[in-house]
Design a protein around this ligand. Structure first.
Ligand code: ASP
Ligand code: MG
Length: 413
């Protein structure tokens, strides 16, 4: 008998029928002889709807009240799931995050879990209940309801799996796992069977959003193995683990795409100490985080400095930097939102040469111009024109041999 934590995302509990299907799955897991803890997200669209309502009440709602409000989304979905299990002849009880023993700091809307006292969950499991926990929330030591940041139910599931020393953690979602590339852009992409935590983190940062990054970081820190899989299918998904032997043989695990990018170039920045500091202090002063930063070596006493940031932050960045450009003596600023980022990710890069060469050559052959390049130990990212992203993705995916062999089931192309 194993203890299994299963997390169901918003679309998996998106309506009454889907909640019933989740309930059936929970009962089946229990009938297979396992102890089951289910972490439930708010029904699809509910969190966004509540945020919208809050904004109608106040332009800047109190974060304390926002947490109290948003936590109800997960609570209702959990209670409904428990009702469905019970109606189908199973035995379930639902708990709020607080009742489940999840204690956080007091930072409303992005609280960190400080510890979990799962006593009540364990007692209920011992009484043979399927225990359903409202995701995304906890309680501060002062007793205030807190939430864990958008997508936080993933973190609830991973943290509970760690605290309960669960045998497995399954993250059920509306895709069948993590793919080598976005299947809408590259139809030949395939599901990845096994991925290292670090690869998943880089791919999330590069725009492949299957899991909340904080949840993956937590899993890495505490060695919680988990599987991302489809909630409506009986198929194995993608298993995330520490690096296993053989994983490094694959040079590139996947290609991530991110269209939410904007690029700013400050031209003719004087080549003297303090200029970069002034530019990025101004941005961090209004809480803007930047992604890639590239500065050229100067041979003429001035240099160009480029960086990327999220499209949503573009207008504010332009406004903040406008006056600063002349203040520091730069010659001008060029800013555009028509860019996208493509990243190749793989821990195998650490031990294989020629990855950059292969990426750049394939982009060159596809006629795609590279605007910026940045690298980490296990990732190479390029910024390109947004309109060229599809072509670039298909060329890169093919160049690294990621395409799945086509089977009969795929039908004609
Ligand atoms: N309902 C929350 C959100 O939409 C948390 C979650 O779904 O994980 O961000
Ligand atoms: Mg989610």
């Amino acid at each position: 008998m194993a203890l299994i934590v299963q997390k169901y995302g918003g679309t998996s509990v998106g309506d009454a029928d889907r909640i019933r299907r989740v309930a059936e799955r929970l009962i089946a897991t229990k009938k297979a002889g396992h102890d089951v803890v289910a972490v439930i997200s708010a029904m699809a669209g509910v969190t966004d709807g509540l945020i919208k309502l809050a904004r109608e009440m106040s332009a800047q709602p109190s974060e304390r009240e926002l947490d109290l409000l948003l936590a109800t989304g997960e609570q209702s979905a959990s209670a409904l799931t428990a009702m469905a299990v019970n109606a189908l002849g199973g035995k379930a009880v639902s708990l709020s995050g607080a009742a489940a023993g999840i204690v956080t700091d007091g930072v409303h809307t992005k609280a960190k879990i400080s510890h979990i006292s799962p006593r009540q969950i364990q007692e209920l499991l011992a009484e043979d209940f399927i225990v359903i926990v409202a995701g995304f929330q906890g309680q501060s030591p002062q007793g205030a309801i807190t939430t864990l940041g958008r997508g936080g139910s993933d973190l609830t599931a991973i943290a509970l799996a760690a605290a309960l020393k669960a045998d497995d953690c399954q993250i059920f979602t509306d895709v069948d796992g993590v793919h080598t590339c976005d299947p809408r852009v590259v139809p030949e992409s395939s599901k990845i069977d096994e991925i290292a935590y670090d690869e998943l983190l880089e791919m999330a940062g590069a725009g492949s959003k299957v899991m909340q990054s904080r949840a993956v970081e937590f899993a890495k820190k505490f060695g919680v193995g988990f599987e991302v899989r489809h909630s409506q299918k009986e198929l194995p998904g993608t298993r995330a683990t520490e690096v296993t032997p053989g994983m490094e043989e694959v040079v590139v695990r996947g290609v991530s795409l991110d269209r939410n990018q904007a690029k700013v170039t400050i031209c003719g920045v004087p080549d003297r100490p303090g200029c970069a500091g002034q530019i990025f202090s101004a941005l961090s002063g209004v809480n803007l985080s930047v992604d890639m930063i590239v500065q050229n070596a100067s041979s003429t006493g001035t240099t160009d400095l480029s960086f990327t940031l999220h499209k949503d932050d573009f207008a504010l960045a332009e406004k903040i930097l406008g006056p600063l450009v002349s203040e520091i003596g730069a010659s001008g600023m060029m800013a555009t939102t028509g860019v996208a980022k493509l990243s190749v990710v793989g821990i195998g890069m650490r031990s294989h040469a020629g990855v950059a060469a292969r990426l750049f050559a394939s982009l060159g052959e596809a006629g795609v111009n590279i605007q910026l390049i940045s690298t980490s130990e296990i990732k190479i990212a390029v910024v390109i024109e947004e309109g060229e992203l599809e072509r670039a993705a298909q060329a890169t995916h093919a160049a690294f041999g990621l395409a799945r062999p086509r089977s009969q089931e795929d039908g004609p192309r």
